[in-house]
Design a protein around this ligand. Structure first.
Ligand SMILES: Cc1cc2nc3c(=O)[nH]c(=O)nc-3n(C[C@H](O)[C@H](O)[C@H](O)COP(=O)(O)O)c2cc1C
Length: 150
């Protein structure tokens, strides 16, 4: 599996940066090739065509998914290159999971109605450095990928 993690965060070295490094390492352990790229809402996403799985994630700031990822989905050519791709989603936020599922995840999913979503997960602050939670997310993702590929 070739996977790219498209992410955004306003905090260099913050919780999202740490989380994507852990997700990337865990995924690489399963034999996947993993790269990461920080989103820009005006970016060129043609490189996405070289990957089998696109993992997208960001923090929530003031009730909204961090703006460069959301902007990339709405304004750039990212959606065009996501056509037919398998995706996985994650968010980091302080709100309870129920609220995040109702209010935050749909902000991403409304842009991905034609994609197969392999895994989705809200990471609470105390789960960002929890190897068990991260391993579970990666396992769900890679299991779903195997199933979809057969
Ligand atoms: C300015 C600011 C606004 C935030 N607003 C929300 C919010 O509306 N809802 C929420 O659940 N979490 C909110 N959070 C919590 C962040 O989503 C959470 O701490 C996240 O892990 C931060 O990621 P980062 O370290 O990569 O910036 C906010 C955090 C900050 C700093």
């Amino acid at each position: 599996m070739r996977a790219i993690i498209l992410f955004d965060s306003k905090t260099a070295g913050g919780s999202t940066d740490k989380l994507i490094d852990s997700i990337g390492l865990e995924l690489a352990r399963t034999g996947a090739y993993v790269e990461k790229a920080k989103c820009k809402s005006t970016g060129d996403y043609s490189f996405v065509k070289d990957f089998d799985v696109v993992i997208m994630g960001a923090p929530i700031y003031y009730l909204i998914v961090s703006s460069q990822l959301l902007g990339a989905l709405m304004q750039s050519n990212l959606k065009e290159y996501l056509a037919g791709k398998k995706v996985a989603l994650f968010l980091t936020c302080g709100s309870p999971e129920l609220m995040a599922n109702l209010l935050y995840l749909p902000q991403l999913k409304m842009n991905l109605v034609d994609n197969t979503i392999l895994a989705e997960r809200i990471f609470a602050p105390d789960q960002i450095s929890d190897p068990t939670v991260i391993a579970k997310y990666v396992l769900e993702l890679s299991d779903a990928y195997q199933k979809e590929s057969h």
